[in-house]
Design a protein around this ligand. Structure first.
Ligand code: AHM
Ligand code: MG
Length: 342
């Protein structure tokens, strides 16, 4: 079916419409979204060429988490930082690829951006979808120096969050706290077009996504929940796990599902980062009627102490994540290793 021109809404038109709904908006936040999208277009171009040119592959450098860094990560990081700082609305950027915050001295920018410029980058060389995740906060008074409280705020204080999925098509999904909307890049005209208006998790959950290779090492509550959804439910859920967070989250958002990256005995805080990965997806999930938890409490209420802090993460359909919390609560938040081999 070919859509008539009047049905098509570009991202730019959508942003303008949104601003008209908030007559006091300064347009600064919209400018940041535009800057992120501009950088994402550049990243998209390189991701699409990754199989063809020598931009792919390890550089030999190690990132802040001690993992190998691939060239595309660096490219994405540079593009994002460059676009954000040139835009003048942003005074500080925290990136998964940098040990510490990058501060723009003397900036009058009101906003702080935290991001994972290219999540799932270990999937690049096997042609699996990857993504950029971002999260935007407002700083305190412009006349005071930036404080730790400005830089490390709880997820509830996000003014916007989103992701770009470089998949079979390229999509931007974002929220400014007023629902979640999705845009698909039309490569023939180079524009993101509104394709998924007001996204909500479907009523029922039908998918669970977890790296079950780690099962042995999960805590009791997580194991009991997994046994329940696989064995005790009338119609068991489908298991779907790509191992690329943006793609796993996006599928579950559209189809209904729970994504889990639990803590383990080896790594009680799991793998994913609170600031770059959990918080933005938690805001999107809640804005779409879902919920995100660390197993005990709401992700968005955790006050980060460190830029690179990790957290267990359970995110998806609200009732499902609440059920998971119940299993963990009923296990006494157990950390026993007794049934490690179940
Ligand atoms: P990255 O930020 O180093 O790319 O790692 C994060 C990725 C996520 O995209 C994904 O959900 C997770 O790591 C997969 O981890 P695992 O391979 O342990 O299942
Ligand atoms: Mg990541």
């Amino acid at each position: 079916m070919i859509r008539k021109r009047k049905d098509i809404v570009t991202l730019e038109q959508f942003i303008i419409q949104q601003e008209q709904n908030f007559p006091y908006a300064t347009g600064q936040l919209s400018k940041i979204i535009r800057d992120i999208v501009l950088a994402a277009r550049m990243v998209n171009r390189e991701v699409n060429k990754a199989g063809l040119v020598d931009i792919i592959g390890l550089t030999g450098d190690i990132n802040a988490q001690g993992e190998d860094v691939q060239k595309l990560d660096i490219f994405a990081n540079e593009q994002m930082i460059d676009a954000l700082f040139k835009g003048n609305m942003v005074c500080a950027v925290g990136s998964e690829e940098n040990d510490d915050f990058l501060i723009k001295e003397g900036s009058r920018g009101r906003y702080i951006v935290l991001m994972d410029p290219l999540d799932g980058s270990s999937n690049i060389d096997v042609n699996v979808s990857i993504g950029t995740i971002f999260s935007i906060y407002r700083r305190g008074g412009l006349d005071e120096a930036l404080t730790k409280e400005d830089l490390l705020q709880a997820g509830t204080r996000q003014v916007a969050a989103g992701y770009i999925l470089y998949g079979s098509s390229t999509m931007l999904v974002y929220t400014t706290g007023n629902g979640v909307d999705g845009f698909t890049l039309d490569p023939s005209i180079g524009e993101f077009l509104l394709s998924h208006k007001d996204i909500r998790f479907p009523k029922s959950c039908s998918i669970y996504s977890v790296n079950e290779g780690n099962y042995r090492d999960f805590f009791d509550g997580t194991k009991e929940y997994l046994r329940y959804i696989k064995r005790d439910m009338e119609s068991p859920y489908s298991s779907r796990y790509i191992g690329s967070f943006v793609a796993d989250f996006h599928r579950n958002l559209l189809k209904g599902g729970i994504f889990m990256y639990p803590g383990t005995h080896q790594r009680p805080n799991g793998k994913l980062r609170l600031t770059f990965e959990a918080n933005p997806m938690a805001l999107i999930a809640e804005q779409a009627g879902g919920y995100a938890s660390d197993g005990r409490k709401r992700i968005l209420e955790i006050l980060p102490e460190d830029l690179h802090q990790r957290t267990p993460l359970f995110v998806g359909n609200k009732e499902e994540v609440l059920k998971l919390e119940e299993f963990i609560r009923n296990s006494g938040y157990g950390t026993s290793t007794e049934n490690l081999n179940d």
